[in-house]
Ligand binder design. Sequence first.
Ligand code: F6P
Length: 357
Amino acid sequence: MTRKKRIGILTGGGDCPGLNAVIRAAVRTAIRDHEMEVFGIQLGFEGLLTGSAIPLTSESIRGILPKGGTLLRTTNRGNPFAFPTADGRCEDRSKEAIENIERLGLDGIIAIGGDGTLKIAQRLFDLGVPMVAVPKTIDNDIAATDYTFGFMTAVAVATDAVDRLHTTAESHDRVMILEVMGRNAGWIALYSGIAGGADIILVPEIPYRPEEIVRTIRDRQIEGAMFDIVVVAEGAKREGGEESYVDKSSGRLGGIAYRVAEEIQKQIDLEIRVTVLGHIQRGGSPIAFDRILASRFGKAAADLVADGQVGQMVALRQDTIVSVAIRDAISNPKLVDPEGQMVQTARSLGISFAEGR
Ligand code: F6P
């Protein structure tokens, strides 16, 4: 009797609503359409070093579709090419990872992750590991795909926050500054700012000027609007300035909303309050759009492994799921175009980006 084809699935990097929906769809497709066996590798690529793999069956994935997080757990410290040692160094343990893949008898691995995970997947593929990738990031900053799952859920959460801040801002005549995620790309700020009717949106791609924020607030006061909503992406920076870090050595961004408040407070006569939304944007149940996109990605990834089309990443292009070389996907981030249609739409709605003129 011939052995069933066996695939592994792992989730790497930060979590994101919809990971479980991808896992579920890939497992179902692998079992139902291709009669393959599926193993879940735990804690991202780290599980390849510890040999931590569990069988995934129709029973084990039951009920996970609406759940946030990842059944397989994840980490952004599991890179087998630069694995952290106890004494703070990094060592290349990729050979061990490949030996474990062989020991587990995996004929293909589906890696679900963002930029970092995709880069590791490409390096393993270059060493002969049959990798297929599924793009994941709430930042939606991968150019090869129109959307990544999790993004629209993050936008929905951020928009809800803008709506809630609106009513309290109006009641108190206050400037409300909402800090949302978005390291290099300001998509969450841009989408939620438009959806929530913000007055000012600050994104990493358009360096801001504090005096322009002040000008917008004063202009609105002249028009009789005594409150303002500012949505700022965590990676935004002022013209000629730097990003704001919670911890620069680890690269953790945070605190730009407080910095903006400080920069404008002395020049306006309205009170300012700051809200940092943080990981609330990443947790919880995915909205329907993300569940559907994640399910489509999971199915397509299982099909690619079954067909032996490895080194590929699934992507959404004009409402069709396609596959692209992982290599091409990692070299091309998708950033907000300061002259693009979305920014122009925001401008026409009266939203300021506080950029230099
Ligand atoms: O890349 C997704 C993201 O949520 C970024 O927007 C954010 O900067 C980062 O991850 C936060 O990472 P962590 O969960 O490790 O703090």
